[in-house]
Design a binder for this molecule. Structure first.
Ligand code: C2E
Ligand code: MG
Ligand code: MG
Ligand code: MG
Length: 291
């Protein structure tokens, strides 16, 4: 009887385990198809200058409209794409569509700097800069209007090669932002070597900086560090006006977050820009938020 119970438990466990693996494999297969067939989407989150209230650019964030699961956010499938070896084609898809979108906006009279997120695998691909250059060539985009965002962690694997790829991207004219700053093993020696123009403070420090003195200290130090290195600094995950005001007092250059705007479908960006410049969402000149 005991043995039978144990056997049953094992069987149940195995079934769950297999199901988990099966679900994972199914999702990987579906993601591969979605990338191949171009069934992904990009949302764009505005990045705003704190001193002037002007929109400085938008960050492209990938979305996957899944037939059964609904709209999946990056966090729900980017790690899977990285593990399954699908991130390189995904990044190229994102680049191609971001460049195409920027060109479409330009034709509407809207000139925007667009940021694209890269992953560790992209920085290990020595052909990546050439592939990116080809996209700009085919789509007729201006690389100096684009930024790439990478995390400190994505430079840990074979740093020499990563630096080689980053330098090549920089030569094409792309600007570089260090994303999620403070969450990785930040090395100042590294920061000094990178041709970066922007540091983005991770939202885990920004979100509660008004209540948490330790978080506020980290944000303050990062802003000072960035300015001493002649870099612009962006706070991400700014969710309320109190945080926005605190960042303004600390002379943070730019903000990104729900208080300004969540990531939006491309079609909503021109309308949002019009309303925002009229002071509809949050008026930087007055320093007040509209209800
Ligand atoms: P990230 O680049 O640091 O992007 C910021 C994330 O914070 C986004 O999540 C965004 O929706 C979310 N966010 C923005 N404002 C706020 C706020 O005020 N509060 C809070 N709590 N969250 C906010 P998302 O879109 O799920 O993206 C997660 C991560 O996935 C990104 O972090 C980025 O590292 C990665 N990712 C997104 N798109 C791509 C892509 O095309 N390629 C690659 N390789 N990675 C991507
Ligand atoms: Mg980013
Ligand atoms: Mg980030
Ligand atoms: Mg992040």
């Amino acid at each position: 009887y005991e043995a039978k119970r144990a056997g049953e438990t094992l069987a149940v466990y195995r079934a769950e385990h297999d199901q988990y693996t099966w679900q994972r494999l199914t999702l990987i297969g579906e993601l591969r198809q979605a990338i191949d067939k171009g069934r992904l989407d990009l949302h764009y989150q505005p990045k705003v200058d704190l001193a002037t209230g002007r929109v400085r650019g938008v960050e492209a964030l990938v979305r996957w409209p899944h037939e059964q699961k609904g709209l999946l956010y990056s966090d729900a499938f980017i790690p899977l794409a990285e593990q399954a070896g699908l991130i390189r084609p995904l990044t190229l898809w994102v680049f191609e569509h971001a460049v195409r979108q920027a060109t479409a906006w330009r034709h509407e009279g809207l000139v925007l700097t667009v940021s694209v997120n890269l992953s560790v695998k992209d920085l290990q691909d020595v052909d990546f800069p050439r592939k990116v250059e080809r996209i700009f060539h085919l789509e007729g985009g201006d690389p100096s209007r684009f930024m790439v965002e990478l995390t400190e962690g994505s430079m840990m694997l074979n740093p020499e090669r990563a630096l080689q790829v980053i330098s090549a991207l920089h030569r094409i004219g792309l600007r570089l932002a260090i994303d999620d700053f403070g969450t990785g093993y930040s090395s100042f020696a590294y920061l000094k070597q990178l041709p970066a123009s922007e540091i983005k403070i991770d939202k885990s420090f920004v979100r509660h900086m008004v209540e948490e003195e330790n978080d506020a200290a980290i944000v303050r130090s990062t802003i000072d560090l960035a300015h001493n290195l002649d870099l612009r600094v962006v706070a991400e995950g700014v969710e309320n006006v109190a945080t926005l005001e605190a960042l303004r007092r600390l002379r943070c250059d730019m903000v990104q977050g729900f208080v300004v705007s969540p990531p939006l479908p491309a079609a909503e960006i021109p309308g949002w820009m019009r309303r925002f410049s009229l002071g509809g969402t949050w008026d930087a000149r007055e320093g007040t938020a509209a209800p």
